[in-house]
Design a protein around this ligand. Sequence first.
Ligand SMILES: CC(C)(COP(=O)(O)OP(=O)(O)OC[C@H]1O[C@@H](n2cnc3c(N)ncnc32)[C@H](O)[C@@H]1OP(=O)(O)O)[C@@H](O)C(=O)NCCC(=O)NCCS
Length: 240
Amino acid sequence: MKTPKGLREHQKLLDLANANTSYLDKLKPFSKFNRNGLDVALSTRHASELSKEDMEFCFNLTKTNMETIRSLTSAVDDFRTCTALLKRYNASSWGWSDQRKRTELKEDTARFLLARSQSSADGAPGQLVAFVHFRFDFESTADEAQIPVIYCYEIQLSEPVQRKGLGKFMMQIIELIGIQEKMLKSMLTVFQANTSAIKFYRTILNYEIDEISPSQCDDDEADYEILSKRLPHRASLTGK
Ligand SMILES: CC(C)(COP(=O)(O)OP(=O)(O)OC[C@H]1O[C@@H](n2cnc3c(N)ncnc32)[C@H](O)[C@@H]1OP(=O)(O)O)[C@@H](O)C(=O)NCCC(=O)NCCS
């Protein structure tokens, strides 16, 4: 069991992480992605700092990516997988709800990593093309401790910028922010039917099925997995 002192230290870390308003200040080399035909600027924002238009973009992109099969290949197997995914999403315990998704995106603790195409010659801000919704929070461990983690609630790329390395780059930034803010793990939830995302997280980014994932807790009914990766951290925080 963690000592109250350990808990207090962890709470302090979460408070500091949540109060930070410029997560990329010390990660300048990661504020641009200029590869594979993309020229994208990255920035972070608290939910309250997002313009109405940017918030609407995040909502619509999430909805489009979840509802459309257009962004997947037309191969029969992929079509079946996607149809299954949509059915599962609608039938899942989470079920899609416009209102619920909008509320989730606007919550006080929501943080955003935004990817914007570089501005045109006239200096106007470029279009948003992708985002990650992340949060700093306590998460349980198998032995019922509570540890501070960076949790990826959503990563969504618009179709034209997918499969160009940007998603991997953005997830790596999330992990670097987690390390910078002294979080112990990077975590996320993924539907079992989203096999391409699972491949992306497990094979490309080396995430593992977390010890508290339903499949590790004899819950055969759940249609999702919790994935995680341990982040390098100070030994003092583990109580070792
Ligand atoms: C899943 C997603 C975040 C991946 O980001 P991305 O920028 O498209 O992926 P990357 O280019 O960084 O991919 C790196 C590697 O991951 C694997 N990968 C990524 N997307 C994949 C897909 N749809 N199918 C199979 N493998 C995939 C590939 O090995 C890829 O390398 P390659 O393109 O050289 O073969 C992005 O495609 C996306 O937003 N998809 C729609 C929304 C979604 O499913 N979000 C995740 C919800 S949990």
